[in-house]
Design a protein around this ligand. Sequence first.
Ligand code: SF4
Ligand code: SF4
Length: 158
Amino acid sequence: MGKQITDEQKRVFFDCSKCPAYCCGLYERIQVTKRDLNRLAKHFGVTPEKAAKRYTKMWDGKERVLKRTPDPILGEACQFLDHETRGCTIYHARPEVCRTYPDRPRCVYYDVLKFEREQQEDETVLPLFQITFREVEKKVVTDEHGSEKIWEWKQKKR
Ligand code: SF4
Ligand code: SF4
């Protein structure tokens, strides 16, 4: 039986089937909780310890995340992303963070994709992004024109 559409279902303004799965590639950290790990283990028929070793790694020594592999479009992406279909190969066992993303009616990457395709009148255009997170500090700079708050950041060493 097909899924019944009701008024309670949130309307969304993005279509993942038209997107190369930016969200599976742009984020270096796809968090894996204990519950996610158990789900992964069950899916692959292995122990949670084995699933942790095979499919995850520690990020900054404090957060468990999915391992990544080279991706022909995005450079690098989650190891579970199918390079051809651009779909998730563990859809029913994917972590919670993937289930809820983007957690709002719009997806910023889809908006850019749609904007560029309309702008260039070409449905095959694929804008590529890179996202880097840095710690920033607010600093007050003063000169002859007055004072102003600016953001200052340093490259994080890994
Ligand atoms: S980036 Fe947005 S539109 Fe693309 S797959 Fe992810 S959620 Fe869907
Ligand atoms: S588990 Fe699936 S949905 Fe989540 S990042 Fe990997 S490929 Fe994408």
